[in-house]
Design a protein around this ligand. Sequence first.
Ligand code: AMP
Ligand code: ZN
Length: 113
Amino acid sequence: MNDCLFCKIIKGEIPSSKVYEDEYVFAFNDIDPQAPTHILVIPKEHITSAAEIDESNSKVVSKIFEAIAKIAKENNFENGFRVVSNIGESAGQTVKHLHFHILSGRDMTWPPG
Ligand code: AMP
Ligand code: ZN
């Protein structure tokens, strides 16, 4: 999808602060951090949201979570971290390319707002 912001970030057409990359996954710092650490983890394949995961593309989800665990170990999130994926308008999804937010470095509230 040529007009997808995150596809452009993966291709390097829009700059990002990369924290991790492998064959399936790209991760970079969120431009508007909501916690001292706020990283976005995305599949290189364009998938609109977690609602579009099926048997044909679910492998990237395990790769994303392998990457999340590596990033967490590397960053030594001593007091824990949160992983969030917003799906659709009412959940606050603004970029229509599957992404998981990693948030750490502050106390989190529950339920989220
Ligand atoms: P969501 O609202 O769940 O769709 O998350 C989209 C996230 O992308 C937001 O947290 C934005 O701050 C972030 N974002 C938007 N544009 C960029 C960009 N160019 N580089 C890094 N993060 C971005
Ligand atoms: Zn995309």
